[in-house]
Write a protein of this length. Structure first.
Length: 267
C-alpha cells in the first residue's frame, strides 16, 4: 500500500494541536508546519512524535506549498489544526491508497459550532480543496495570502471520498471575531495584489449584505438556528471589512497636520 504523509499547518494552536495529531497517528509520517508560534505548539507536536518544520508566514498559498515539499511520502493528507480525522475517514483513506483511482481527492467536512453540528450554511459537505493527493498533483498559487487558489496537476479526474472529517472552526464567539478581523485583512491584501480598482464603502456594504443573504437564505443557514445566524453575520463582517480595508489601503488616509506648539509669552 502507498505510504502517506500528513501535514498540519499551525500557529499558536497549543489547545488544538494534540487532538489533531491524535486523529492521524495512523499515518506513516506527521509533519507540523508551524509559523514560529509564540506558545508551545511546536513542543507539544514534537512530544507526540510529529516532525516540526518552521515556515515564516507569507500567505497560505506559500505555506501549503512549502508544507507539502517537507513531506517525505508519495501521498499527502492535509489537515488543519481545527480539523479531526474520523475512524471512518481513516479507513476510507487507507482503502483508497491500496488502489488509487485518482491523483487528488476531496473529503467532506462536518462542522461543529455552538454545541451542535451545522447542517446547512454552506458548512456541509464543505468541499474546500482536495485534502488527499499524490505529491506534486496539487499546487497552490504562491502569492495568495488567503482563500488560496490551487491547480490540480493531473490528467485524471478528481475523486470524492464519502466519509467526513470533523472541523471545529471557532473555539467561541471571541475567535469568530478574531478570524473576521484576520481574514478580512488578508482578503484586502489579496484584492490589492489582484490589481482591483478602488471601491467605495457602499461597495463594501453591498458585498457584505450579499454575503449574509447568500449564507443565511440561499445556503439555508436560517435552518441552523442561532449558529446559522452568527455564521452569516460573520460572513457579512468579514466581507464588509475586507472591502472596507481595501478602500482604506487605496485611500491612504492620514491625520491632519499637527504643527509644534510653543508657549506664547506676553510682553
Amino acid at each position: 500500500m502507498n505510504k502517506v504523509s500528513v501535514y498540519i499547518i499551525a500557529y499558536n494552536e497549543a489547545d488544538k494541536i494534540q487532538d489533531a495529531i491524535r486523529s492521524v497517528l495512523w499515518a506513516d509520517e506527521i509533519v507540523v508546519a508551524d509559523s514560529y508560534s509564540q506558545d508551545n505548539t511546536a513542543a507539544l507536536a514534537e512530544e507526540m512524535g510529529a516532525r516540526v518544520v518552521q515556515i515564516p508566514f507569507q500567505g497560505f498559498g506559500d505555506l501549503r506549498n512549502r508544507a507539502m515539499a517537507a513531506c517525505s511520502h508519495d501521498w499527502i493528507f492535509s489537515l488543519d489544526s481545527d480539523e479531526r480525522c474520523t475512524p471512518e475517514a481513516r479507513d476510507e483513506i487507507l482503502d483508497c491508497l491500496r488502489n488509487p483511482q485518482a491523483d487528488a481527492y476531496y473529503i467532506p467536512r462536518r462542522n461543529f459550532f455552538m454545541g451542535r453540528w451545522i447542517r446547512y450554511s454552506g458548512f456541509y459537505p464543505d468541499y474546500r480543496q482536495p485534502q488527499l493527493f499524490k505529491k506534486g498533483a496539487l499546487v497552490f498559487k504562491e502569492d495568495d495570502p488567503v482563500h488560496e487558489e490551487f491547480t490540480v496537476v493531473s490528467g485524471r479526474p478528481v475523486g470524492y471520498l464519502h466519509h467526513a472529517i470533523w472541523q471545529y472552526p471557532f473555539k467561541g464567539l471571541g475567535e469568530i471575531m478574531h478570524k473576521a478581523n484576520k481574514y478580512s485583512t488578508l482578503g484586502a491584501d489579496k484584492l490589492a495584489l489582484g490589481g482591483r480598482g478602488n471601491c467605495s464603502l457602499w461597495t463594501a456594504l453591498a458585498h457584505g449584505a450579499w454575503s449574509f443573504c447568500h449564507m443565511y437564505f440561499l445556503k439555508r443557514g436560517i435552518l441552523d438556528g442561532w449558529p446559522g445566524f452568527i455564521i452569516a453575520l460573520y460572513n457579512f463582517e468579514g466581507t464588509f471589512y475586507k472591502y472596507a480595508k481595501f478602500h482604506e489601503l487605496r485611500s491612504q488616509w492620514s491625520p491632519p497636520p499637527s504643527p509644534p506648539l510653543a508657549r506664547i509669552t506676553k510682553e
